[in-house]
Every structure is written in structure tokens, then in C-alpha cells.
Design a protein around this ligand. Structure first.
Ligand SMILES: C[S@@+](CC[C@H](N)C(=O)[O-])C[C@H]1O[C@@H](n2cnc3c(N)ncnc32)[C@H](O)[C@@H]1O
Length: 276
């Protein structure tokens, strides 16, 4: 299993206690879940990706874990149905698991040229390739610029619309080669930003997080905490706003020590407490 990001900080910040009820809204490979469930009374483990959930379910068999395949945007209903109407803490570790990035074959990583540009983790209707095929330049510009800080978003949107007249953007390589026409030479940072922005759009990630945090706050007991790990500044700004909007008091903000960063990303952990 991949080492979970900011593991000790999450355990300390969530204040995982014996007998407590917790929700891991982003189970992934179960790294955080495994540790939380060693101490907690019970844990609800939510995961949107079917294959990922099945893998973790079969490797982490513990009586105090309830696994549910769902989108965390429905966290409130799911939790009430599963007997988690009042909880001590909720974890959202956003983005993709190492396994998903490495083996899902959905074009989630720019390092895997032959994979199709699918990018759907759950039940989204449209693939990334379909979105690239039908969106106008302005729509693509909005997708890239609102979900990343890529300053060449306009030029990249423009070249995609030009290039697709001759060749559909179907694979990872199609898209990276198209991006190269704007940036001149391969640049992992630009690829990472554009792939991240597309994935966020395909999976409605901002909307999910907005609903997920709203729902989680309703389940928290007084003094309960929500921990969110985000992987880039666009996401972290949204987390900050959502915590403020939902009346959570910031009690911890952490980033990993230098050299402990995963993939192309830099993690930020925010922990908010329900005080009223
Ligand atoms: C960074 S990984 C979590 C890693 C996990 N904490 C661990 O220790 O292995 C994020 C996981 O959240 C899942 N996910 C992403 N969006 C989701 C959503 N809206 N609802 C539920 N799960 C989601 C992804 O499929 C992925 O498995």
C-alpha cells in the first residue's frame, strides 16, 4: 500500500479516540482508514470508484469498517442510512489514489501516452475526450482557467479546437502533443495543470466537494472535526472558503515536509472544528 499523505497529522488533527465514529469520505487504498480504524469504534468508508473500493475492501477486513460505494456529495444520506448520523470526524483526502493513477487506464496521468482520455472515476456522463470534442474554445478556456492556474489556458483551448478539425483528441498522447504546439517543448507542469483541470471538470469535483462538506458538517457533533487534504491551490482555496461558509473554525493547517511530496502535487491539510 502507498504511504498515506500526512498520516500522523490527520490522526492528531481529527483526534481519533477509542469508541468514536468517523467517516473516511475518500477511502482510496485505505491507508488513512486502516490507521483510523485501529482506534475508532466504527468507520464509514466511502469511495466513488468501484474497482478501487473492491480492492481495498478485500485487503482491509475489519469488523468496525462499513464500506459503501458512493460519491461523497451524498455523504449525509449515506451516513444516516448506515447508522452514522452523528460523528466525531470526517476525512476528505482529495484527488486520486496511487493505484488509480498507475493502473486505472483512464488517461488520468499524462505519463501514460496510450491510455484513452476517459478520466471518469464514478458515474459521470461524459468522458474527457467527449468534452474535448464538443466544447467551444470559450468553454475549454473556462474549464482550464477555473480549475488550474495555467496561464496559457486560452492558447491551449484555441489549439485544441484547431487540432480536432483534423484529428480527434482521444488519447493522452493526442492531448500532450497538442499542448506541445503551444508550449514548444514538453513541460510536465503544464500537462499536470491541464489534466487536473479536465479531470476536475469531468468528475464535477468542485460541486461534489461543496455538497460533501455541507453534508459532513450536518453529521458532526459539537467539537467534531473535518480534515481535508487538497493537492493544489485552486482546491485549497475552495476548501478554505467552504470551511468558512459552513462555520468551521480552522484549528490546523499543514503541508508535508520538503521531499515528502507525492506525484506532481503539493498537499495542504486543513482541519476545521464545529464550534456551534
Ligand atoms: C487521494 S485518494 C485517497 C487515499 C487514501 N486516503 C489512502 O490513504 O489510501 C482519493 C480517493 O478518493 C476517491 N474519490 C474521489 N472523488 C470522490 C468522491 N466524490 N466521492 C468519493 N470518493 C471519491 C478517489 O477515487 C480516490 O480513491
Amino acid at each position: 500500500m502507498h504511504t498515506p499523505v500526512l498520516l500522523q497529522e490527520v490522526l492528531d488533527g481529527l483526534v481519533v479516540v477509542k469508541g468514536g465514529s468517523y467517516i473516511d469520505a475518500t477511502t482510496g487504498e485505505g491507508g488513512h482508514l486502516s490507521k483510523i480504524s485501529e482506534t475508532a469504534g466504527k468507520v464509514l468508508a466511502i469511495e466513488v470508484n468501484k474497482e478501487q473500493l473492491e480492492r481495498t475492501k478485500s485487503s482491509l477486513k475489519r469488523k468496525n469498517i462499513v464500506f459503501v460505494r458512493n460519491n461523497f456529495m451524498d455523504i449525509e444520506v449515506t451516513a444516516r442510512e448506515q447508522g452514522f448520523a452523528v460523528v466525531d470526524g470526517v476525512l476528505f483526502d482529495l484527488g486520486l489514489s496511487y493505484w488509480e493513477l498507475s493502473y486505472l487506464e483512464k488517461g488520468l496521468s499524462f505519463t501514460r501516452p496510450n491510455e484513452p482520455l476517459d478520466m471518469r472515476l464514478g458515474e459521470s456522463e461524459e468522458t474527457a475526450a467527449e468534452i474535448l470534442a464538443r466544447s467551444s474554445e470559450d468553454e475549454l478556456y473556462a474549464i482550464f482557467s477555473e480549475n488550474s492556474e495555467e496561464i496559457r489556458s486560452r492558447a491551449i483551448a484555441h489549439i485544441i479546437v484547431e487540432m480536432r478539425k483534423n484529428r480527434a483528441q482521444k488519447t493522452v498522447q493526442d492531448l500532450t502533443e497538442t499542448i506541445d504546439k503551444v508550449i514548444g517543448q514538453p513541460d510536465r507542469k503544464v500537462y499536470a495543470r491541464i489534466f487536473q483541470a479536465l479531470r476536475m471538470h469531468v468528475n464535477h469535483e468542485k460541486e461534489n466537494l461543496t455538497k460533501g462538506i455541507e453534508g459532513a458538517v450536518k453529521l458532526l457533533k459539537q467539537g467534531g472535526r473535518i480534515a481535508v487534504i487538497s493537492f493544489h491551490s485552486v482546491e485549497d482555496r475552495l476548501v478554505k472558503r467552504l470551511m468558512e461558509k459552513n462555520g468551521l473554525k480552522l484549528v490546523m493547517k499543514k503541508t508535508p515536509a520538503y521531499g515528502d511530496q507525492k506525484f506532481e502535487r503539493s498537499a495542504t491539510l486543513r482541519i476545521g472544528e464545529k464550534t456551534s
